[in-house]
Design a protein. Structure first.
Length: 203
């Protein structure tokens, strides 16, 4: 029995990835334009240019397509945030860049919150895992900034990272990148060393 040539195997795998990506992109675009109830597997197959039977070889239903699309988005966003975290800038600057980018990435999904689909997507294990990874990135940057004297060290970095993420939920309702930048500035102000003790209750 002859082994399948590697070039052929790579070509087949590349084709499968292209089809899968096309299905994900097409489905997301259709749902965005027409709403979830108006999109069917048949319509997705037709738009992609494949048979319905072929589509079912990749995905069992519309929800599985959307979950896969969302997982791909999450992976892409985490990769982008990790690049900002790993730059050569001072820790406080990297933290600012990560927070600003995260806030901007979160804004487009705000209009979908509250729907049944959003509840399923945002409650998936991948989202929970990604949230933990992001929290870990912030803890790492805050600890580095505290060691450099750029960020406060009187509060555990774990708690400050949680503060940052909860504060940035407000970015969902902001209408511009400038507003996001201002919000990030307010969040970072709370992490400055000179603010240590400023929130203490008066005697």
């Amino acid at each position: 029995m002859h082994a399948v040539p590697k070039l052929w195997t790579d070509t087949v795998e590349a084709h499968r990835r292209e089809v899968r990506d096309a299905v994900l992109d097409t489905t997301a675009a259709l749902v965005a334009r027409h709403g979830l109830r108006s999109v069917t597997m048949s319509r997705v197959a037709e738009e992609v240019g494949i048979g319905r039977a072929t589509l079912y070889k990749y995905f069992s239903d519309l929800e599985s397509i959307l979950l896969a699309w969302h997982e791909r988005q999450i992976a892409s966003h985490l990769s982008e945030l990790a690049e900002l975290r790993d730059s050569a800038d001072p820790a406080s600057h990297r933290l600012s860049a990560v927070l600003a980018r995260y806030a901007r990435l979160s804004r487009p999904s705000a209009g979908h919150r509250g729907s049944d689909l959003a509840a399923r997507l945002h409650g998936s294990e991948d989202v929970v895992r990604a949230a933990g990874q992001l929290h870990g990135m912030l803890v790492e940057l805050i600890e580095a900034g505290a060691r450099d004297g750029e960020l406060r060290s009187d509060v555990p970095a774990v708690e400050l990272a949680t503060y940052c993420l909860h504060a940035l939920v407000a970015a969902d309702d902001l209408e511009s990148d400038d507003a996001v930048e201002r919000l990030v500035g307010v969040v970072l102000t709370g992490l400055h060393p000179e603010n240590v003790g400023s929130s203490s209750a008066p005697d």
